[in-house]
Design a protein around this ligand. Structure first.
Ligand code: SAM
Length: 283
């Protein structure tokens, strides 16, 4: 554990609440009080949090896009003026669909100390309450708002077997789930986390078709912030995988036993396995 406060020239990535002001760590508050400057996505928005916790540190607006050289300026100030910075975003963990990547990338290339002060992150909160598989997952963030581009991206996810997490704006959520239905099918399990940690927090679980019907019937809930958690595609055994499995089994076992085992492992129809095993053993 790293328990030292901001004494060395360094950069702290500090997670802040995603809706409930109480969701901030003691260490985060201490770090924010002790750095020379807090880089923030939106000074006015952050002042609510900083005022609430009596944090008087000076702030500076930081955004990866609009100020090309700011990342260089900050990196120089850390290196040459021995300054210490923290970066926060409007909500949750900086860099996760939020500014900070350019700065951290630059700081890492010149070996500046970069420390994480972990805390809330909407994707992790939504995944953990989803009831969908958590052992492997993929985060897609916001997909393009334009339908063709969005559906193109979804097509690339057709065979993704991991649980996949998306962020989406409220005015696009229904269209987004309809795109999922068109491209990935209406039977997949999907979980919508709305306003997590806030007063009107709600979780909706069901098949894609059921969630579309529910949102269409209840327009009043289509506001606030949403995370979409989608179950992965079923694991499908590709023929090339089946062939390599059979290849290994046939080296050690007779045809019948190899077919029986390959069928159990792959779940592929017995006749198909048998035919491929015959083909392989005749080569
Ligand atoms: N950096 C943030 C994090 O760690 O999750 C995410 C920032 S991103 C600009 C904002 C998106 O995160 C929202 O549009 C929504 O999809 C999701 N989000 C943030 N807070 C949320 C909440 N309380 N409930 C549901 N989704 C939330």
């Amino acid at each position: 554990m790293n328990d030292k406060l901001a004494v060395e020239p360094s950069l702290y990535i500090v997670a802040t609440p995603i809706g409930n002001l109480g969701d901030i760590t003691i260490r985060a508050i201490e770090i924010l009080k002790s750095v020379d400057c807090i880089l923030t996505e939106n000074v006015r928005h952050s002042s609510l949090l900083l005022d609430h916790y009596g944090i008087k540190t000076k702030t500076r607006r930081y955004n990866d896009q609009d100020e090309k050289n700011l990342a260089d300026v900050i990196v120089n100030q850390i290196k040459n003026e021995k300054m210490t910075f923290a970066i926060i975003s409007d909500a949750g963990t900086p860099l996760i669909s939020d500014p900070g990547f350019k700065l951290i990338q630059k700081a890492a290339t010149v070996n500046i100390n970069i420390f994480s002060v972990p805390g809330p992150c909407a994707l992790i909160s939504a995944l953990s309450v989803s009831g969908l598989a958590t052992s492997k997952f993929a985060f897609e963030g916001f997909l393009p708002s334009q339908k063709t581009a969005r559906e193109h991206r979804l097509k690339l996810l057709k065979s993704e077997t991991r649980t996949t997490i998306f962020y989406e704006a409220p005015h696009r959520i229904i269209e987004f789930i309809k795109s999922i239905s068109r491209i990935l099918g209406s039977d997949r399990r999907i979980v919508i986390g709305r306003e997590i940690t806030k007063r009107f927090e709600s979780i909706y679980r069901g098949k894609v078709s059921e969630i579309i019907a529910y949102l269409d019937d209840n327009p009043a809930i289509v506001r606030g912030e949403f995370v979409v958690v989608l179950s992965g595609a079923e694991e499908r055994f590709e023929y090339s995988d089946l062939d390599s499995l059979l290849g290994v089994l046939l080296e050690e076992l007779g045809l019948k036993q190899a077919v029986s085992l390959a069928r159990k492992i792959s779940g592929v129809n017995r006749n198909v396995v048998y035919e491929r095993a015959l083909k392989l053993s005749s080569h």
